[in-house]
Design a protein around this ligand. Structure first.
Ligand SMILES: Nc1nc2c(ncn2[C@@H]2O[C@H](COP(=O)(O)OP(=O)(O)OP(=O)(O)O)[C@@H](O)[C@H]2O)c(=O)[nH]1
Length: 378
């Protein structure tokens, strides 16, 4: 099966359709039918073997969860408690991270107007009186151009392997395109129930929304279709209700109060990356990577009672020297803005004042360099 090209994906609305018609394929042509597997006994055997091994994996997972629940939190939870994992998937830039933050009620995933902002699976925890939903925000599923791109797609597949439900985001302001259909086909192999979410509903009128919902309905088998505006906070609670009903009986998986299992350093690096993404264009967003090098306590000043400053040293990596100049800006103005913006968030996270020391470094073509990818945690 052909994966749609970057331009086709990012053009969103049926950019491929014209081309397909030219090739005499059109809607329902090769792109749609390639994966319609031939029926046959051999295949059915294989299916049932896969089903059995998936059942076994699921049983293992449930046991692990029960153990984890017993070890992590006091077993005081209401009878009939439900808990489980939900993966949020979709093309780049469709609103997955914004939706995850809205569900969790706190900003645990950074967002930007640039595609491919999320680079790892981020777990956010939704606490409800009778259930707990662990929402896994994934990188946008896309045509990979680099080793990093391939690793991002692998992360999405990983996030789909052991979940209790899937949320598939389809933005209401764009028609369903080849990238969405590709993901819909991938989801057919996922056993967990799938909830299709029409995101960004605040951007469209009622009529357009109804058409979008009908298109979604034709796209696959959904446990539910929920229109949501994460930015306006509309229908987020309704989506949480739907997801809670899909969770299996289980003790809570995380202690009350935890909103994410992201490490402190990861959150700090992500805040800096989000600030650095602001206003940059073209290839630069993809070329940015951020890593916390060190966090060190300063010596307390004699006679002072307030906690001493915390030194936070952070590296911003780019792929070329020309990009370095852009990030730093004229006389360092951009870098200063990045520092001011991210420091506010870091201080809120740590609950104390920090001295943020940002260094911009060139790591040539790191997106395709296995060693550098490893160092950056991919
Ligand atoms: N108007 C509107 N914009 C939204 C909504 N949700 C997300 N956006 C915007 O859409 C853009 C992408 O949002 P993200 O949440 O970063 O999208 P994503 O799918 O996580 O993106 P990747 O990390 O690139 O895969 C941002 O500019 C958001 O502000 C919404 O409900 N309404």
């Amino acid at each position: 099966m052909r994966f749609p090209s970057d331009d086709e994906l990012m053009a969103g609305p049926n950019a491929l359709d014209g081309a397909l018609e030219d090739e005499g394929l059109g809607e329902g042509g090769a792109l749609v039918d390639d994966d319609a597997a031939p029926e046959g006994e051999g295949l059915e055997d294989a299916d049932s073997a896969i089903a059995e091994s998936a059942e076994a994996e699921l049983a293992d997972l449930r046991r692990l969860r029960a153990d984890a629940g017993a070890g992590l939190v006091a077993p005081e939870y209401p009878e009939g408690f439900r808990a489980g994992f939900v993966s949020v998937v979709g093309r780049p830039n469709v609103g997955k991270s914004t939706l995850t933050n809205a569900l969790v009620g706190e900003k645990i995933a950074i967002t930007s107007g640039r595609p491919e902002t999320t680079r790892h699976n981020i777990r956010g925890i939704v606490h409800r009186p009778d259930s707990q939903i662990v929402v896994v925000d994934t990188p946008g599923y896309h045509r990979p151009r680099t080793l990093l791109g391939r690793r991002l797609n692998d992360m999405v597949r990983e996030a789909l392997a052991e979940v209790d439900a899937v949320v598939f985001c389809l933005p209401a302001d764009q028609r369903i395109g080849p990238g969405d259909r590709f993901i819909a086909r991938e989801l057919r192999d996922v056993r967990a129930p799938k909830v299709a979410v029409a995101t960004k509903t605040d951007l469209v009128g009622r009529e357009r929304l109804v058409r979008h919902l009908l298109e979604i309905d034709r796209l696959g088998e959904w446990a539910a279709i929920v229109p949501v505006s994460a930015l306006a906070g509309e229908q987020v609670g309704e989506l949480a209700d739907v997801l809670a009903d899909l969770m299996p009986p289980s003790p809570p998986l995380y202690p009350a109060g935890d909103v994410t299992d992201e490490s402190r350093d990861t959150l700090i690096a992500e805040y800096v990356r989000e600030a650095a993404l602001e206003g940059v264009r073209d290839e630069l967003p993809h070329s940015l990577a951020v890593q916390v090098e060190e966090i060190a306590e300063r010596e307390p000043r004699p006679g002072r009672t307030e906690p001493p400053l915390l030194d936070v040293r952070v590296n911003i990596f780019v792929e070329r020297d020309s990009q370095k100049a852009i990030v730093i800006g004229r006389r360092g103005t951009r870098l200063k803005e990045i520092g001011t913006r991210s420091r506010a968030q870091i201080e809120r996270l740590l609950g104390r004042r920090v001295f943020l020391d940002l260094h911009v470094r060139t790591a040539k073509d790191w997106q395709s360099d296995p060693k550098m990818l490893g160092r950056l945690g991919f």
